[in-house]
Design a protein around this ligand. Structure first.
Ligand SMILES: [Zn+2]
Length: 547
């Protein structure tokens, strides 16, 4: 007897091959038969006539590390489950919540505040501890993690700039190796954030050599996506070349119109690198806007010493003027880790009119949500810089920004299309909902948006190719075993979609809107989403490299 049968499925199997019809039978957590199966041979049957069945989507770039460890887990993940995500990879952009030490815990806790859906005990240290916490709680979908370079650097040397001593480098390598032993899929780097931004290329190559020993993946939020975009691409290629490790550019993008042409060049560089035997690829999110903390518009020197130092500099007229001048004029240069340099000046790249206030905590200032910084300045008769700086002080820094002009102004601009369609790219959300404020719509709409807008409406890529980029592509990059394809013997992570109806409904103004056209989501053979109903079950697994 089979436990679950999907009859009359139009199967898009994740390889990129043309669809075919078959019945699909499961026993427990695995797909065991693809062919012709009678209904009476199964305990439960789903009739998939006129629907497409494909592997569950694998989001290679999630920041749900703390959401998964929290009591709000299912509520915060609902928008992800309802867009067909069955597996996600944590620990991105140099930030993983494990490993931590007693000394690094405070730093990492403050640094990951934006990912936290409330107060958490932080009662783990090793990655193995963190995995057991998740296993104790249970997880609705499958989760794996990379090791944040920032997390292991913080253990060895706090958030100090400069090179590690040879002893410190050994400590970092040891902690990285431990996490890889415990099941991490590789190392992520976040090179525009502290402490990753302090690391030079040599240090990163040394760390990547450790990942190479375990056949893991090195991913990078590179050092800037405007002026320094191609320098940063070249650095990642060099890390791959000199360490021999597989490397991957996270959320490839170009911020600001004058940098959009760098996208085509970066893709050419990846193709050329591959010809020389370097295993490099990328992923992207299909939106011309990115969300981050408002504080990211200031130069690094303005943020030294944390929040207090920042406020002090704003209260001193002289340093305040210097900050404004830098924000408006300073051109990032290479190398970005040298004293006084700046990897990524958002205002210079996009202009005040392309930066919108996403979320503002106080009732009094809510009226500024959804306005760009030029409009905010006009409303209060101040310069955009003075307006936003005063608001930040009032709101103690807790303002988020939506930056437009990321790889395009509109959803149909050529650079964004190139990133979506290129064979070396996969799709990620890079977005989470922590249940507060306004999330990026990608947290609710990424995969349906690709299938509805870019496959059905714009015919930018075929259904089979789009599904490949959401399933076997990330599985292959991460070397996930037995997932990402519809195959006998593989885990039954499946999505059943209505290809005529599928579309995202999440917008920048109203992001918490579920997509249409996702009929069923099945995780390890269990039905998690059934015709619009989310079951409160936790069929997911904590995935470990090589297992
Ligand atoms: Zn990132």
């Amino acid at each position: 007897m089979y436990s679950l049968l999907i009859k009359n499925a139009k199967i898009v199997d994740g390889t990129g091959n043309p669809w075919f019809y078959a019945d699909l039978a499961m026993k427990g957590e695995k797909v065991v038969r693809i062919g012709s199966v009678k209904e009476e041979e199964s305990e439960k049957t789903i009739d998939a006539k006129s629907f497409v069945v494909c592997p569950g989507f694998i989001d290679q770039h999630s920041h749900a590390d703390l959401v998964l460890a929290s009591a709000q887990q299912l509520k915060c993940l609902e928008g992800r489950i309802r867009q067909g995500i069955t597996t996600e990879m944590l620990g991105n952009c140099g930030i993983s919540v494990a490993p931590i030490s007693q000394e690094s815990k405070g730093l990492m806790k403050a640094f990951t505040e934006w990912m936290a859906p409330g107060d958490l005990p932080w009662d783990w240290e090793s990655m193995a501890d963190y995995f057991s916490l998740l296993e104790q709680k249970g997880v609705p979908i499958n989760v794996g993690t990379l090791t944040g370079h920032g997390a292991v650097r913080a253990i060895a040397m706090g958030f100090r700039s400069g090179r590690p001593s040879s002893g410190e480098l050994e400590v970092m390598k040891k902690h990285l190796a431990d996490t890889l032993e415990q099941g991490s899929f590789g190392m992520s780097m976040g090179l525009i954030y502290a402490p990753g931004m302090y690391a030079d290329t040599r240090e990163l190559i040394e760390m990547a050599k450790v990942v190479k020993e375990y056949d893991g993946l090195v991913t990078s939020h590179v050092r800037g996506s405007s002026e320094t975009n191609l320098f940063a691409e070249r650095e990642l290629i060099r890390i791959g070349e000199e360490s021999g490790c597989r490397v991957h550019r996270s959320h490839n993008e170009a911020v600001g119109r004058e940098h959009w042409d760098k996208i085509e060049k970066s893709l050419q560089m990846e193709e050329e690198a591959r010809k020389r035997g370097i295993d490099i690829a990328y992923d992207m999110f299909p939106y011309p806007a990115a969300m981050t903390m408002m504080i990211a518009i200031y130069p690094p020197w303005a943020l030294e010493g944390g929040w207090e130092g920042f406020v002090k500099r704003l209260q001193n007229p002289e340093t305040r003027r210097q900050m404004e001048e830098d924000v408006e004029e300073m051109v990032p240069g290479w190398p970005t880790w040298k004293e006084g340099s700046w990897p990524h000046n958002i205002v210079k790249a996009t202009g005040w009119e392309n930066i919108y206030i996403g979320y503002i905590p106080s009732e009094k200032n809510k009226k500024y949500e959804g306005l760009n910084l030029r409009e905010v300045g006009e409303k209060v008769s101040k310069s955009p810089f003075d307006a936003i700086s005063d608001l930040l002080i009032e709101e103690q820094g807790a303002i988020s920004q939506l930056i437009f002009g990321v790889s395009g102004d509109r959803e149909t601009d050529a650079p964004l299309h190139q990133l979506i369609a290129h064979r070396l790219g996969g799709f990620v959300t890079d977005a989470i909902d922590i249940g507060m404020g306004i999330p990026h719509p990608a947290a609710y709409g990424t995969y349906p948006r690709i299938l509805g807008k870019y496959v059905r409406e714009e015919k930018l890529l075929s259904l089979e190719e789009a599904v490949r980029k959401m399933t076997s592509f990330p599985a292959n990059r991460l070397k996930l075993k037995d997932r990402g394809l519809i195959r006998e013997g593989f885990f039954a992570d499946l999505v059943i979609i209505d290809e005529e109806k599928i579309i995202d409904r999440a917008t920048y103004e109203k992001p918490r809107q579920f997509p249409e056209g996702i009929e069923y989501v099945i995780v390890n053979g269990e039905i998690l989403l059934e015709k619009g109903r989310l079951h409160p079950i936790r069929p997911g697994k904590v995935l470990r490299r090589g297992k």
